[in-house]
Design a protein around this ligand. Structure first.
Ligand code: FDA
Length: 510
């Protein structure tokens, strides 16, 4: 563990008392876009990231742990894993792990667990790479104040290109063992009359071909995903952040967590805690910045802003801060197939397909892998639904924390929308739902989300480009801007919106 523990410390960390022109909180999609474009415009940027650098191998010689064998690297400051699928065939599969600043945070609020990536690269380190541009006819409901012409003409193409988004070779997909689960998903969707689409991904599909053929070290095909991919994934450290660092104008401090931002004349004072790999605060630093970009993710940014407004540090923020939070309608479910319909013992962890019933039933279902290494006869899905429920963050002074008032029952519309697809498929196929995946005899994975969105919504908490109302020089540039739903997987939209906003901000504010 010693080498991995050093990973976060190896980078040049920000010094106590430092002054920086721009400080970016978080190194996910929004933060990485801001850092690259500002640096290219000649501005020096310091990025502060609470997670580790993830650039040094652990005890087994690999940087990241396999999804099938979680270890100390897998969870953010937990002593027991909190796996999204918590049981299999009725047996609990969570296990004890050493407390460590691991890569996946299962952050628990009263009615929902919000999964998030922790480390340099944010969610790009742990996500499925599904790089989906929403259908243009749905865009008006996603970001009503943003020009669709500009997004589809300029910013979505720019985001897809920088993220290295690519498509699976359909001829290969049709025959390779590791996508049998997807082809079974297609067969069942089509037999029930649903549209089925292959979707782009940020995983290098040529690399996956090589690993499937045995000519390159395996990552996706070996089931790596939730706790990082050792190969193949075009995560942010290989795309935006690599380019940003190459400018020579971007520094990153991993294992540093921002706790406060307050005005100091025309600048801002930022308080940062430095962490050790067991989560202990080893130093508290105070720096100043001319401008601060909140890019800590929907939950991270919303929690900071809600606390700072309520405690008076940023009391001029408006009443929209903390509002409009949604789960992108996420709900999971498994189906038990017949014995003559195997989904494959080897399943690549990278999903490439979805069932589109958005217009008629309000659900887009990703055909997800269940890479257990054995034949499960199961089909598994993560649905994104038009769930209209929105929650609000609030400051709980007594407990010294930010709460979120989401209720588990608010997932019922999402379940009903997902059922428009899966009740029909079960009826056509003569199959049933799996009840052994989420503990007890639970059918629906309604206790979690992978896609937190909102909390500092564009054109409400901020102006139409992410400038926070009440404070010149403070910006939001991450998933907190998106009002709760994107109709598809969100990171391409978060990236494209950040590209749009930073272009305007650089042109007018710098
Ligand atoms: P993001 O969460 O990426 O980055 C925020 C960063 O800020 C993090 O690195 C965090 O550690 C850091 N931070 C937070 N608070 C801080 C503080 N106080 N100080 C310093 N740093 C702080 N999406 C998709 O489009 N396709 C997909 O296939 C998937 N799959 C998927 C699977 C799983 C398991 C997860 C958890 C998520 C996905 N997603 C996804 C969602 C996607 O990853 C997510 O929408 C984006 O990462 C959000 O980007 P942001 O820039 O908003 O924040």
């Amino acid at each position: 563990m010693a080498t991995a523990a050093l990973a976060g410390r190896a980078a040049a960390a920000i010094g106590d008392g430092a002054h920086v022109p721009v400080l970016v909180i978080g190194t996910g999609y929004g933060g990485s876009v801001a850092a690259l474009r500002l640096a290219q415009a000649g501005v020096d940027v310091h990025m502060v990231e609470m997670g580790m650098a993830w650039d040094t191998p652990g005890t087994d010689g690999k940087i990241f742990a396999n999804t099938k064998t979680p270890d100390y690297r897998s969870y953010w400051l937990r002593t027991r894993t909190k796996q999204p699928i918590s049981s299999f065939l009725g047996f609990p599969i969570d296990k004890d792990v050493p407390r460590y600043t691991g890569i996946l945070d299962a952050e628990e609020f009263s009615g929902i667990i919000v999964y998030q990536g922790r480390g340099v690269g944010g969610g790009s380190l742990v996500n499925g790479g599904m790089a989906v541009t929403p259908k243009r006819e749905n865009f008006g409901a996603i970001l009503p104040s943003v020009s669709a012409d500009e997004m589809y003409g300029t910013y979505y193409p720019r985001a897809n290109s920088e993220l290295g988004v690519n498509n699976v070779d359909p001829a290969w997909w049709e025959t390779v063992d590791c996508y049998q689960y997807s082809r079974v998903g297609r067969k069942h969707a089509q037999r029930s009359g649903f549209a089925f689409t292959l979707v782009p991904n940020a995983y290098d599909m040529n690399y996956m071909k090589q690993e499937a053929a045995g000519s390159a070290p395996q990552s996706a095909v070996a089931g790596e995903l939730l706790y990082g991919n050792n190969y193949g994934k075009k995560s942010l450290p290989k795309t935006y952040l690599a380019k940003a660092k190459a400018t020579g104008r971007v520094q990153i401090s991993p294992l540093h967590r921002v706790t406060s931002v307050t005005p100091a004349g025309t600048r801002y004072t930022v308080v940062i805690e430095q962490l050790t790999s067991d989560g202990t605060v080893s130093a508290t630093k105070t720096v100043t910045a001319d401008r601060v970009f909140f890019a800590a993710g929907s939950v991270g940014t919303s929690k900071l802003l809600t606390k700072l407004k309520a405690t008076g540090a940023l009391s001029n923020l408006n009443g929209e801060v903390g509002k409009g939070w949604g789960d992108n309608g996420n709900v999971m479910v498994g189906r038990a197939n017949h014995m003559w319909d195997p989904t494959g013992a080897v399943q690549t962890s990278i999903p490439t397909a979805g069932i589109d019933n958005w217009a008629a039933g309000g659900a887009f279902a990703e055909v997800a892998p269940l890479p257990t290494g054995i034949e499960t006869y199961a089909s598994f899905y993560l649905s994104i639904t038009k769930n209209p429920n929105r929650a609000q963050f609030s400051w709980n002074a007594a407990a010294n924390r930010v709460d979120l008032n989401w209720q588990t029952a608010w997932k019922q519309p999402a379940i009903n929308m997902a059922k428009t697809i899966f009740d029909k498929i079960n009826s056509t196929e003569g199959t049933i739902y799996r009840t052994d995946l989420f503990g007890g005899t639970k059918t629906w994975g309604d206790h979690l989300t992978y896609h937190p969105l909102g909390g500092a919504v564009l054109n409400k908490a901020t102006d139409n480009y992410g400038r926070l109302h009440g404070y010149a020089g403070l910006y939001v540039i991450d998933g907190a801007l998106v009002p709760g739903n994107t109709s598809v997987n969100p990171f391409v939209t978060i990236t494209a919106l950040a590209e749009r906003n930073i272009e305007k901000i650089i042109a007018t504010d710098f």
